[in-house]
Design a binder for this molecule. Structure first.
Ligand code: SAH
Length: 274
């Protein structure tokens, strides 16, 4: 069967065997693992994963590709193919008997951020995740305070996970070639949160607010939420900009805010990411 890549499903198929090999060898896959692949497409990653004898389930949105995959991998009756939207898929239901899932995917770039947060809603049943993403997004996920790339995505992802850029992937590794560089990121959910957060929604709101005006000082950007003196009382300089504030300090700032204050002042904030 030939398949014309569909833009609306973010289809950029990997065809560079060196990249596939590098990714596969960085996984340290074991036969006891339970693997989930999101967006298997035409099976560029599925095939070598199955060839290693791994226990694998895949979730694919494009029904034509589901038909294709069922035929292509009919010699692997234990492969479960879920014809579903990964954004609405209940991944936790796949984890039986307290096992943890290992997740992999060359993700459609337009849904990568909401999909990662959807998976992180059930971070306790995930061992790790390897994703191919736009390099720009991987850089933002892994950025440290002080960097121009550091922002909401860095703070919230690093709250949930240890993040690591494994390697870059050039456009010509895909068919069709995307316009931008890609990269592989490894995300390992923390066993315990790295900082104490009383209310995750509050942390998200503070981070959204602080970075929505990233050139302003905390004094100005957080003015409706936290008094100047309260910021200083934590030993944080209110003249700093959001990009200088660590996850730990964002956590301490958000722990200062009462629930009622949030309700009163945050109605007009951009939509939350988690
Ligand atoms: N893994 C393959 C395909 C990557 S392209 C490869 O590396 O070659 C992205 C894949 O994700 C496509 O197969 C696309 O149909 C699928 N996809 C897009 N949106 C999806 C969604 N919401 N849920 C599940 N799969 C999705």
């Amino acid at each position: 069967m030939t398949h014309t890549p569909r833009k609306r499903f973010g289809q950029n198929f990997l065809h560079d065997h060196n990249i596939i090999y590098s990714l596969l060898s960085s996984l340290n896959a074991q036969t006891k693992d339970h693997w989930i692949e999101i967006g298997p497409g035409m099976g560029a990653l599925t095939e070598p994963l199955l060839a290693q004898g791994l226990n694998l389930e895949v979730v694919e949105l494009d029904r034509d590709l589901v038909v294709y995959l069922k035929d292509k991998f009919k010699a692997y009756p234990h492969l479960k193919i879920h014809s579903a939207d990964a954004l609405r898929f209940d991944f936790a239901a796949l984890a039986k008997d307290n096992e943890k899932l290992r997740v992999i995917g060359n993700l459609p770039y337009n849904i990568s951020t909401p999909l990662m947060f959807h998976l992180l809603d059930n971070a306790n049943c995930i061992e790790d995740m390897h994703f191919m993403l736009q390099k720009e997004v991987v850089d933002r996920i892994c950025a440290e305070p002080g960097s121009k790339k550091y922002g909401r995505l860095s703070v919230m992802m690093q709250y949930y996970c240890k993040t690591e850029l494994l390697f870059d992937v050039p456009p010509e590794s895909f068919d069709p070639a995307p316009k931008v560089m890609s990269a592989i990121v490894k995300l390992v959910p923390h066993a315990q949160p790295p900082v104490e957060v009383n209310n995750l929604k509050m942390l998200n709101r503070v981070v959204v607010q602080a970075f929505s005006q990233r050139r302003k000082t905390l004094r100005n950007s957080l003015k409706k939420l936290i008094e100047d003196e309260a910021i200083s009382s934590l030993g944080i300089d209110p003249n700093l900009r959001a990009e200088m504030i660590s996850l730990a300090d964002f956590a301490r700032l958000s722990n200062l805010i009462r629930e009622e204050e949030l309700e009163e002042n945050c109605d007009n904030l951009p939509h939350s990411i988690c």
